[in-house]
Design a protein around this ligand. Structure first.
Ligand SMILES: C[S@@+](CC[C@H](N)C(=O)[O-])C[C@H]1O[C@@H](n2cnc3c(N)ncnc32)[C@H](O)[C@@H]1O
Length: 248
């Protein structure tokens, strides 16, 4: 089932390419955590690397430091990709490609395929992971961070309490991904915002405010009631699932 059209996702992130880095505190931290996990893996010297959903380049910077013999940086949003290219400057062996990571259009043989906080935008996560894994060289690793089921719990609950569905997607439980992976772990990051408006504003800054295609927008009054719940502050949980699939 399609949650949002790819062009709508690409347009939302492209519109946020200039503001993303100002609101992407959590994303920066997760990319750093993921980079540490990647560095602990056994990898070929000068690996061939594919990154999915590179955004402005938080994880890309870390993989550039691995001196890849080939580095293919991809994103569904052209403006995000352009921002990543500007940030990285001239990188030997790097190529940039607008690509939907769910339907990769590139040949295989990668030692590392990595992605930080892009897979939560996929419509079919297990099938897409399988397609990406098929592009790994023997001994290669697919390594990613994505949002898990516990994310945004109190925000979603406030909608449910008002008899409404939240605009956000449902994210997978860690246990549901475990059978597909060689290794999985998770963590819960919490960010405090002064009120619900500030939280929504941050989602807009990073381009992640897009509602699902079938979502019936709530009335302004209903949204006001949700925001009133968090008038004096909201602690938001980001449940981060880190997965590794290693090809034998
Ligand atoms: C939250 S940002 C994360 C960006 C970056 N990886 C980081 O850590 O900051 C999500 C990125 O995934 C991209 N994206 C969303 N759906 C995608 C898809 N199907 N294929 C490739 N990229 C996608 C968006 O355009 C956006 O740049």
């Amino acid at each position: 089932m399609s949650h949002q059209s790819k062009s709508a996702v690409a347009a939302a992130f492209s519109a946020a390419a200039d503001t993303y880095n100002f609101g992407a505190d959590v994303q920066r931290e997760v990319a750093e955590n993921l980079a540490r996990r990647i560095q602990s893996l056994s990898l070929a010297k000068n690996p061939r690397i594919l990154e999915i959903g590179c955004g402005t380049g938080f994880l890309s910077r870390a993989v550039v430091a691995m001196q890849p013999s080939e580095l293919l940086l991809t994103d569904v949003s052209e403006a995000m990709l352009a921002r990543c290219r500007d940030t990285l400057g001239s990188v030997p062996n790097a190529k940039f490609l607008v690509m939907d990571g769910e339907q990769p259009t590139v040949g295989g043989g990668f030692d590392l395929i990595c992605s930080s906080l892009a897979f939560q935008w996929f419509d079919e996560l297990p099938a897409s992971m399988e397609r990406l894994s098929a592009l790994l060289a023997p001994g290669g690793h697919l390594v990613f961070a994505t949002l898990g089921a516990d994310s945004f719990g109190n925000w979603k609950q406030a909608y449910a309490d008002g008899g409404m569905a939240p605009a956000m997607r449902s994210y997978p439980a860690t246990d549901s991904l475990a059978p597909l992976l060689s290794h999985v772990e998770d963590e819960h990051l919490t960010r405090s915002y002064a009120n619900g408006h500030v939280f929504l504003d941050e989602l807009k800054l990073i381009g992640a405010h897009l509602a699902e295609d079938h979502y019936q927008p709530v009335s302004p009054g209903a949204l006001r009631r949700v925001l009133r719940t968090f008038e004096s502050g909201i602690d938001v949980t980001y449940h981060i699932v880190y997965g590794v699939f290693s090809k034998t």
